[in-house]
Design a protein around this ligand. Structure first.
Ligand code: UD1
Length: 428
């Protein structure tokens, strides 16, 4: 059975009453894609639970199929993906699939560790400016691999991966993940210093440990991996994906803009503590509940300054939501992007809705206006599209977000979920 997802073209939003009720987040996109890649390390039948039905999962499923795996939704349990990994896999990631989503480069580490070679087309994905992979390449070569770019592919070879000390220049999420997976099957001990600390990395380490790997320090800047010496020593497992903190941030922004009170089931406040703190400064209340996060917004929020940083700092993925909230808050907020160049493209779209935002290199100066005005706007990437839909909740008239297929790459049913808590929104 293939992963079937309804195609969407646009999201139509009108202002409505304050939001009220309960909404559930799906499993984290940025976790599940890596967990799916991790299955390539060892033969067997894997079961992943709490998997979101999004197009990036479909693309990763296609990548696994191209390597020889069988992937399908479980007929017995909702949101459960079954993956059968054969005794021999093809260590290839073809361009037609890779170009759809950047996270595809994550198959490099597991394919190399399992097969001693891999050929992975260079990635595409969100239009977020240049996104190099030099840290992935450098780390894998420190483990003993030889890598070169041939005809648009990264071609990697390693007869023997050997544990070593790797110091990352920057706590890159993707490089940390590729290295953890390769090191799990390398011979000897690998220490990754300045490792990324995102909850999704801890989720990956937990699954790898369940597969027989030995990784200590997940969630800290130093990961210590005792390699098994052979991918054959790893084995199949079941794993439940953590909740999506960026989807949760989307609903927090929605309640921030529309006002009201929401319970976000499946979200973890401890995974988004810095965001909760910022929203508190803006006038919202965000607290941990028994099965999720509870949030309340009294009405118009106050502006604050924000800077994106690696975890536990404010995630760059939250930024479009923060900018959207600031666009209608009282006062002026300065937002600084420290991770990616060119992550302000949606600002032009917000301006079309009447937002007063000036950008200069890594900074955006956002002067809050009383009200945005609904307009036709374009989703430039997953989060930008979702943020524009959220902006529409607080805008006068109708907002139509086109190119909404970007949104479906990362959200199961954004419009349906927001409509279920009172928003006037639908996907077409
Ligand atoms: C992941 C997330 C993405 C999130 C980002 C930062 C997935 C699928 N995507 O992306 O949503 O915004 O983390 O939290 O999980 N860099 C290099 N060389 C490298 C690798 C990275 O220069 O080899 C730079 C990047 O260009 C960027 C910064 O390091 O400026 C952070 O990138 P990284 O943490 O690797 O992000 P991704 O894993 O690509």
């Amino acid at each position: 059975m293939r992963v079937a997802i309804e195609p969407i073209k646009r999201i139509v939003v009108r202002p409505g009453p304050p939001l009220e009720g309960t909404v559930a987040v799906a499993g984290a996109k940025n976790s599940v894609l890596k967990l799916m890649a991790a299955t390539l390390l060892a033969e067997g039948s894997y079961r992943l639970r709490n998997v979101p039905r999004i197009t990036d999962v479909e693309s990763m499923a296609d990548l696994l199929r191209a390597a020889g795996c069988t992937v399908g939704w479980s007929p017995q349990a909702a949101s459960t993906l079954d993956i059968a990994v054969p005794a021999e896999i093809e260590p290839l990631a073809p361009y037609e699939i890779v170009e759809k989503f950047r996270a595809s480069v994550i198959v490099l580490g597991p394919m190399l560790a399992r097969c001693g070679e891999a050929r992975v087309a260079l990635p595409g994905g969100d239009d977020l400016g240049p996104r190099p992979i030099d840290m992935h390449v450098r780390g894998l070569s420190e483990l003993g691999a030889e890598l070169e770019v041939v005809h648009g592919n990264i071609v990697a070879r390693a007869s023997n991966l050997l544990g070593t000390r790797v110091l990352l220049e920057f706590p890159s999420v993707g490089a940390t993940e590729n290295l953890v997976m390769a090191a799990s099957a390398a011979k000897g001990t690998t220490v990754i210093d300045n490792a990324a600390r995102e909850p999704e990395i801890a989720d990956l380490c937990e699954m790898l440990n369940r597969m027989g790997a030995s990784i200590a320090g997940a969630g800290s800047p130093t990961l210590v991996i005792e390699g098994t010496g052979d991918a054959e020593a790893l084995h199949e497992t079941d794993h439940t994906v953590i909740g999506d903190r960026v989807e949760a941030a989307t609903y927090l922004a929605a309640v921030g803009v529309a006002g009201g009170e929401l319970t976000i089931v499946g979200a973890r406040r401890d995974h988004m503590a810095m965001l909760a703190q910022k929203l508190g400064e803006m006038g919202m209340r965000v607290s941990a509940g028994a099965d999720g996060v509870w949030a309340f917004s009294p009405g118009r929020l106050r502006s604050v300054d924000c800077s994106t940083l690696p975890y536990p700092g404010l995630a760059t993925d939250y930024k479009p939501f923060l900018v959207t909230m600031l666009a209608v808050a009282s006062g002026v907020g300065i937002v600084t992007e420290n991770l990616f160049a060119g992550r302000f493209r949606y600002v032009d779209e917000l301006r079309r809705m009447g937002a007063d935002i000036r950008t200069d290199a890594h900074h955006a100066v956002v002067r809050g206006v009383e009200r945005l005005s609904g307009a036709p706007v374009k989703a430039t990437d997953i989060r930008a599209g979702a943020a524009l839909a959220v902006a529409g909740l607080g805008a006068e008239g109708t907002t139509v977000v086109s190119d909404a297929h970007h949104v479906a790459r990362g959200y199961e049913d954004l419009a349906g979920k927001l409509a279920s808590v009172g928003a006037d929104i639908r996907a077409e």
